[in-house]
Design a protein around this ligand. Sequence first.
Ligand code: F0G
Length: 460
Amino acid sequence: MKPFPPYRIQVVKEIPITTRQQREEALARAAYNPFNLPASMVTIDLLTDSGTGAVSAAQEAAAAQADRSYAGSDSYYRFREAVDDLTSYPYSFPVHQGRAAERVLFSSVLKPGQISLSNTHFDTTRANVELLGAEARDLPCAEFGDLDSREPFKGDIDLDALERTLRGPDGERVGQVLVTITNNGGGGQPVSMANLRAVRSLCDRYGVPFFLDAARFAENSWLVVQREPGYGHLTPREVARQAFALADGCVASLKKDGIAPMGALIGVRDPELAKRCEVNLIATEGFRTYGGMAAHDLERVAQGLDEVLDPNYLRSREADAAHFAELVTQAGVDIVQPAGMHALYLNAGRLLPHIPPHGFPGHALASELYLAGGVRAAELGSLYLGEFDSDHNLLTPAPFELVRLAIPRRTYTQAHLEYVADVLADIAKDPSRVASYRIVDAPPLLRHFNLKLKQIPAGS
Ligand code: F0G
């Protein structure tokens, strides 16, 4: 029997239907940067799966009972109960969102000149390491380098490279190992439990703390149950507990697998580290029992953490992503294989061979998706990861030219995703028509949010 969502839809929000002419005008006004588009001009918004999930009636009922006491609110204790059931970290703090959790934890762990090692640092994670004067170094496994291979755990960290670094001349400077589950910057691929166990033992051997960036811990756990030998008989909750237990602590944006509009978590074992985090948290986010979160979001997270681990929900979400992946591949657009759960990553470089890296094939495909069908997506290619000179000339392209189609939780039906696949199929019929782009203006930091571009029509 085909999996189906274990809920029905009780509250809906209308989505805008626009004409191509309106979209052309809107994208030009946005300086060809989808981040500048008003949501009122977007039909299907696949920019992110963060804070965009549909909340449940149970979450809203809990939110209505929120206790806004400054210290020790009932809502805090419900949040703690949900977190403690999963993580077993003796110290945990609510924080308003993932990047704030990163700032608070990393500034309590890392010193200038130290190195943070990861399978892949997410962009805000990298920024929070670098703002401390430390270095963020990615060590994705070799399998990730082949976008088409169907290896089950292409999110793993490269254990040989990790050991070489810890043992080598830079070893002294390694301040933390941070494993992102699932690996959002690396094609949304899961990390195996075997890999996490090996990281644990290397970190023990070399005396380095090991943290998880657990924004998508439930989806990682589900894919472990599905794909890793020896885990098929466990529930996703049991796997999640084992994963958290292997690390010394975590940061986790709860806007993803907390299915909440806002929220995050820091968990740690070391009491001295917890004290440093707490001081920083109180000074910059809020008291330790709310950490910048509104009471109603503490409630939504507590309930969301329970709902997200329902095997029926996870099974149906995995099936949605797999179905979407199948339609997109049939349409002639290759994706990073195998499909994960929170997003598809389209291989724009392969679809648009007439556009060189300095014409930004990923951005070109994302823009065409908007122009052709009102679909908003994010480029993950040279525009985002390339290196530029001060005149915005591309010096070093990104290794891959990708577009991420993020799938918000419980928000779109299969018919919406089928519509997106149809739009892609139309584009793939004659990709040579797709325009390329040139940078007009770019800020030195967090470039992709504030870029201005110019469209260069195909053939000109
Ligand atoms: N870590 C990972 C792996 C993430 O994907 C994100 C956010 C963060 C940390 C930061 O969390 O947004 O709560 O501050 N990812 C979103 C995305 C924005 O679209 O992938 P945040």
